[in-house]
Design a protein around this ligand. Sequence first.
Ligand SMILES: C[S@@+](CC[C@H](N)C(=O)[O-])C[C@H]1O[C@@H](n2cnc3c(N)ncnc32)[C@H](O)[C@@H]1O
Length: 221
Amino acid sequence: MAKHKIILDKNIASVFTRRDVDKYLYDLLPERDAVVREMETCAHQHGYFIIGPAVARLLALLAQVSGARRIFEMGSAIGYSTVWLARAAGPQAEIFYTDGNPENARRAEAYFRRAGVSRRIHVLTGDALALLKKTPGKFDLIFNDVDKHQYPAALRAALPKLRRGGLLITDNTLWSGKVTRRAKDADTRGVKEFNRLVHASKQLFTVLLPLRDGVTICRKV
Ligand SMILES: C[S@@+](CC[C@H](N)C(=O)[O-])C[C@H]1O[C@@H](n2cnc3c(N)ncnc32)[C@H](O)[C@@H]1O
């Protein structure tokens, strides 16, 4: 059977990695199952922004090596990153999906059922920052992928809800390279301020990986 190839559209491709190297990197990735492949196709066809399989594998690896069991996701869309986190964390895990758009949540729920992970996922709709604040308890891993102008506020919401030793993982932290320019738009300013704050914080040990659009991994010390 021919291997399913991901389409390197402008969402998945990196502006920092040479096109041929990017293609090589994605071609190396093992085949995904039918549900995950369908989610990738759906994202491509309908213009949903998803992290794609390379960043998803990093998330899954971090969930596994950290042994994360309580996971909160801020900005989940059709649930692509949620499925990867839920599968990596295992049947005993509890994953909180959040999105402001109920239509996205309905689509995600159908995928969760087909992916066999519904029972470990709580689907919450509304503002992810407010939902995080009002969900009781602390988390082992928080994945932040909300609107970029909200990144500093998302950091303020996440820090008190992260257990010591827990991971805050944030996508799009190079924002197509716009972070290097003097920024007027709120999204770029939000990402730049977030990057400055997480690197200055004495509460966090931070690494920014230039994978795809930039992924920042912070461990609460
Ligand atoms: C980039 S997409 C998430 C993609 C998802 N993490 C994945 O990789 O599969 C961002 C999503 O966050 C949602 N969103 C943005 N800001 C939000 C907020 N403050 N509260 C809840 N949802 C939010 C948007 O509706 C959108 O569906």
